[in-house]
Design a binder for this molecule. Structure first.
Ligand code: PRP
Length: 183
């Protein structure tokens, strides 16, 4: 039995379903940005990494990518602390460019509120947001989302970029955590 299995209550979104939706999002983004020559994808680390890697392969418009590491949950925490901080800033210029943020999940919305405020202050030509997962029931602040992979219920999920105590980000599916197995 693989080590992750004891933490897995159920597979919420299997790998083929994820991949099909990511491809669809890539096609939609390619169409929407067809006339844009200066698209910059900004991946929010660490959770967004798997989604970014798959999504970028389906975006036919030439684009750059950069990485912004932020955190608010802390190791092992299931609720956001509400205090978001930048752990690693971008290397790319944002001013005057078309920015698409790529994120794994929007929960309270506090992380993205912070990220969007930081990026807006750098005066991009446009700023849009793409998230693989959206948990509307947990929202504390309003966030305009342009592309959503899946709306999900309020379940503690892991895999495909999302961690369980920093591990299992590599799983190719989204699973629901078996809370009985957490200490
Ligand atoms: C997770 C996720 C989002 C954020 C969403 O990141 O990747 O960035 O939480 O939650 P919110 O909408 O309530 O702010 P986390 O801080 O766990 O860091 P990680 O991506 O490095 O796992």
């Amino acid at each position: 039995m693989p080590p992750y299995e004891k933490f897995l209550q159920e597979v919420l979104i299997d790998a083929p379903t994820l991949q099909a939706r990511v491809a669809e999002l890539g096609r939609q983004i390619s169409a929407d940005y067809a006339e844009v020559s200066d698209l910059l994808l900004i991946c929010i680390l660490k959770g967004g990494i798997m989604f970014l890697v798959d999504l970028t392969r389906h975006i036919e418009v030439p684009h750059e990518m950069d990485f912004l590491a932020v955190s608010s949950y802390g190791k092992g925490a299931r609720e956001t602390s509400g205090k978001v901080r930048i752990d690693m800033d971008l290397s790319a210029e944002v001013t005057g460019r078309h920015i698409l943020i790529v994120e794994d999940i929007i929960d309270s919305g506090l992380t993205l509120r912070f990220v969007m405020d930081v990026l807006k202050a750098r005066r991009p030509a446009s700023l849009r947001l793409c998230t693989l997962l959206n948990k509307p029931s947990k929202r504390q602040v309003e966030i305009p989302i342009d592309y959503i992979g899946f709306d999900i219920e309020n379940k503690f999920v892991f895999g495909y970029g999302l961690d369980l105590d920093e591990k299992y980000r590599n799983l190719p599916f989204i699973g629901v955590v078996n809370l009985d197995m957490l200490t």
